[in-house]
Design a protein around this ligand. Structure first.
Ligand code: ATP
Length: 446
């Protein structure tokens, strides 16, 4: 067996190594890097955008398409500003901010220890509340009447469309409205690469239920969401569910759980699942004067549905998937870095590599790659030595490489190399597609 002892990298350096791998291989880059970047903003490269799309597709598939009780919407990023007054964001979407009196750097009060700045000993000011919403103007005049906000979450787009969805579909509680889209928060201390961003993407579900069923559905969704992360291949021992203590709950919330992951910088929130009571629909009903109640014609009951909300950041899920997959190994005296992506998320699933750049190998390898392309995420590569190409595929997390050699032309067979076991199996080209199906989509088997 080629696999030798596994060396676990130091936790602190994993983030650095991952950020450097991400840049070297094209997962993510600092935004507008040639101008020095912009703190809290990141761009996604060719592999990064594919990884994100795979995560979003897995979420949409499981939360919307495979369910008969959830429908999707896509609401605008800028909404009528009255929305954010009613929801409480204008008043309360704040973090406590302190400033170092010496260097004037600002920090989130709940992220600093003690009353002085560790770096220069400067005293912190008293905390003041800082609103995290980005402001802009709609139309050609720039005054308070035209001021609007970039949405800090997608959830309000579901609440304000509650009756539109009810009246245009046959949904009745318990049912959900889902959305994936960008959100903006002017975070005081963005950081840990793509963990805390100022522009990020959310995947949110608002699940509307009869009031008496709220706790039951909170239980259901916390388990369901944990299960979903496992389905992306995240290790069980790195995930946990943490119930919120009383003091942590928003005043309207009935209960909440965080799905936490053990990041290199400690256990932190990956996803939030919260029971929000009737707070949101009540607030919009009162502010808009529209009736947002639901009439259950079977029970002849009218009520404001309660809401259970699982909310997950695409970026945070992406970072988790990458960290969880990252490994360094010693193989025959050499070090290899490997991203053990589950095939569901792997940006490339199958690499097709001619052993050399000579004909007819190149033509045959290209033909095979084109044949596989409609069924898997594939890539053709004939640069560098075969060893270097395997190493690159390991680093970008490709589960399988198909190698075309000189014998292939005669015996119509190729070799499949597996990323994790590093085993090589020779099989007829005619069986290649079925073999890859079995290995990559085992659930599709009869
Ligand atoms: P915090 O207290 O850490 O600022 P929060 O509890 O207010 O965050 P939620 O509003 O519950 O965060 O956000 C739901 C999910 O959205 C989080 O679990 C996370 O996955 C993602 N998320 C929130 N803020 C950010 C951000 N600034 N950058 C990236 N993802 C984020």
């Amino acid at each position: 067996m080629a696999v030798a002892e596994k060396r676990l990298p130091e936790p602190a350096s994993v983030m650095e190594k991952l950020v450097s791998l991400a840049k070297r291989r094209g997962f993510f880059f600092q935004s507008s890097e040639i101008y020095g970047g912009l703190q809290g903003f990141w761009d996604f490269g060719p592999l990064g955008v594919t990884l994100r799309n795979n995560i979003k597709r897995a979420w949409w598939r499981s939360m919307v398409e495979l369910r008969d009780d959830v429908v999707g919407v896509e609401s605008s990023l800028i909404m009528n500003p009255k929305t954010w007054v009613a929801s409480g964001h204008v008043q309360n979407f704040t973090d406590p901010l302190v400033e170092c009196k010496k260097c004037h750097q600002r920090f989130r009060a709940d992220h600093v220890k003690g009353t002085r700045h560790e770096e220069d000993g400067g005293e912190f000011t008293e905390p003041r509340q800082f609103n995290l919403m980005f402001r802009t103007f709609v139309g050609p005049t720039e005054d308070s009447s035209s001021q609007a906000y970039l949405r800090p979450e997608t959830a309000q787009g579901m609440f304000v469309n509650f009756t539109n969805v009810l009246s245009s579909t046959r949904m009745r509680p318990p049912f959900g409205i889902a959305q994936i889209g960008k959100a903006f928060r002017n975070e005081i201390t963005p950081g840990n690469s793509i963990f805390r961003l100022r522009e990020f993407e959310l995947m949110e579900l608002e699940y509307f239920v009869p009031p008496a069923e709220e706790m039951k559905w909170l239980e259901y969704w916390k388990d369901e969401r944990l299960r979903w992360h496992l389905g992306l291949g995240i290790r069980r021992e790195k995930l946990r569910l943490r119930p919120h203590g009383k003091h942590e709950l928003a005043h309207y919330a009935v209960g909440a759980f965080d799905v936490e992951y053990e990041f290199p910088f400690g256990w932190s929130e990956l996803e939030g699942v919260a029971a929000r009571g009737e707070y949101d629909l009540r607030a919009h009903q009162e502010a808009s004067g529209r009736d947002l109640t639901y009439f259950d014609d079977l029970k002849r009951e009218r009520y404001l549905p309660h809401v259970v909300e699982p909310a997950l950041g695409v970026d945070r899920s992406m970072l988790t998937v990458m960290i969880d997959a990252y490994a360094e190994e010693e193989v025959r005296g050499e070090q290899r870095v490997v991203l053990r992506f589950d095939p569901v998320v792997a940006p490339i699933q199958v690499a097709v590599l001619p052993l050399s750049r000579k004909e007819p190998l190149v033509a045959e390898a290209k033909r095979i790659e084109h044949e596989l392309r409609p069924y898997f995420r594939t890539e053709y590569d004939d640069t560098q030595s075969i060893g270097k190409r395997y190493r690159r595929q390991d680093e970008i997390g490709t589960p399988f490489a198909v190698t075309v050699d000189f014998d292939s032309i005669e015996d119509r067979a190729v070799t499949i190399r597996s990323r994790d076991e590093m085993t090589q199996v020779r099989l007829p080209i005619a069986d290649l597609r079925r073999e890859l199906e079995d290995r990559l989509h085992p659930s599709h088997k009869g």
